[in-house]
Design a protein around this ligand. Structure first.
Ligand code: SF4
Ligand code: SF4
Length: 174
């Protein structure tokens, strides 16, 4: 009983708590200075955590062999998106072999919940979610990703080619 009383008496004073906290901070500071490999934190943005390739991060619109968009503007991704953050404007293509194509394809990434439904819904492997997760931007408009960003941003080095082959698709009647 007296120990409990002593504890509550002690807790009335801020100084012991502050000194204990500073002691813990100092202990970690010294430990991290002499053992950097064991540090749990990274020096972001110079150091970045590498997630698994299976991580579902920022979207990519895939391209065909000629570098054009794979997307046929079928709207399945936008229809399935629970956050209603995909905005597509479709147009007829001049090539009769190609179905429609998107003249506008935008994802409002601040509304996206990264559920992956768009990727699952797409019948032609035109939208994928990759291991990129950093989404910093200087203002709100930069968070609406357009075709240029989704398919041709510099990190993609000219675009990610789809594994789906057009000829095989046509042969199988898709
Ligand atoms: S990941 Fe989900 S919320 Fe984000 S765009 Fe795709 S369907 Fe919409
Ligand atoms: S990304 Fe896929 S599902 Fe979405 S509109 Fe294009 S073809 Fe259809």
């Amino acid at each position: 009983m007296s120990v409990v009383q002593n504890k509550s008496e002690l807790s009335k004073w801020y100084l012991p708590g502050i000194l204990t906290g500073l002691g813990i901070t100092f202990r970690h500071l010294v430990k991290n200075l002499f053992n950097k490999k064991q540090m749990l934190t990274l020096n972001y943005p110079e150091e970045k955590y590498e997630y698994s390739p299976r991580f579902k991060g920022n979207h990519v619109l895939t391209v065909k062999k000629d570098g054009s968009l794979r997307c046929t503007a079928c709207m399945l991704c936008a229809t399935n998106c629970p956050a209603e953050c995909i905005n597509i404007v479709a147009s007829e293509h001049t090539d009769p072999k190609v179905e429609k194509y998107p003249v506008k394809y935008e994802i409002d990434i601040l509304r996206c919940v990264f559920c992956g439904f768009c990727e699952e819904a797409c019948p032609v492997d035109a939208v994928r979610m990759g291991p990129e997760w950093q989404t910093p931007a200087p203002n709100g408009s930069k968070f609406v990703y357009d075709i240029n960003h989704l398919a041709y941003r510099p990190q993609l080095k000219g675009g990610i080619q789809s594994i789906v082959d057009d000829d095989e698709r046509h042969k199988s009647g898709i």
